[in-house]
Design a binder for this molecule. Structure first.
Ligand code: FES
Ligand code: FES
Length: 234
């Protein structure tokens, strides 16, 4: 544990264990587990019952000792490709969301948890090239598929054009919504929407920005699409 990734306080409270180096290497197995007892005691200590969604609360909980898995409910023995790396989903509790898999098990924290209810778009990632809200997607549903997160889109010094455009147009303020906005904007490039700013606003409607950076976001998206933006402030 000493050499492994460090846990945040809330992860300690939930009893989550980081992937070991061995699990990260080779097959990138997902072995972090939590007992129901430690999970529930953690919830009580943190007073999290009222704030966590049913899906998030269930994520990572092992069945009680001696319990037999229901037919068809045992963890899928399969893999998922995340940003080009294969991860083993064997043994993963079936109710773990894709968002929690990415953030709590693989430590790709660029994807943000906002509402956790499919209403803000902060958790947007690509599954087989199409945008999805990862808080509404079960991890087992992406078995055999390719997932791309903001970390897989571009890197410092080699940004995706949409990332570079967001920087150029100041398309973010606090930045909390930004990875979801960019993932949606990149997917939008392949979707059949019209050329105007209004079309972009409509296509990006599922991504909420509390800071109100919308004009700059639209300008960035329109630049990458090759359309002049009426709302550009740069
Ligand atoms: S966190 Fe998924 S839509 Fe808000
Ligand atoms: S930049 Fe702050 S929420 Fe969008």
């Amino acid at each position: 544990m000493a050499d492994g990734p460090k846990l945040r306080d809330d992860q300690h409270l939930l009893g989550l264990e980081p992937l070991t180096e061995a699990a990260h290497s080779e097959e990138h197995g997902l072995k972090g587990r939590v007992s129901r007892r430690s999970f529930l005691s953690g919830l009580g200590a943190a007073g999290l019952v009222a704030s966590a969604s049913p899906l998030a609360m269930a994520a990572g909980v092992e069945a009680p000792a001696g319990a037999q898995p229901e037919s068809g409910s045992s963890a899928a023995a399969s893999t998922v490709l995340v940003n080009g790396k294969s991860y083993d989903l064997s043994g993963l509790e079936p109710r773990v969301t894709l968002l929690d898999l990415l953030r709590e098990r693989i430590y790709l924290t660029g994807t943000k948890k906002g509402c956790d209810h499919g209403q803000c778009g902060a958790c947007t990632v690509h599954v087989n090239g199409r945008r999805v809200n990862s808080c509404l997607t079960l991890a087992v549903m992406v078995a055999g598929k390719e997932v791309t997160t903001i970390e897989g889109l571009g890197q410092p010094g080699n940004l995706h054009p949409m990332q570079a455009a967001f920087v150029e147009h100041d398309g973010y303020q606090c930045g909390y919504c930004t990875s979801g906005q960019i993932m949606s904007a990149v997917a939008l490039l392949k979707e059949p929407i019209g050329p105007t700013d209004e079309d972009v606003k409509h296509g990006m409607a599922g991504n909420i920005c509390r800071c109100g950076a919308y004009p700059n976001i639209v300008a960035a998206v329109q630049q990458v699409r090759g359309h002049a933006s009426n709302t550009s402030v740069s």
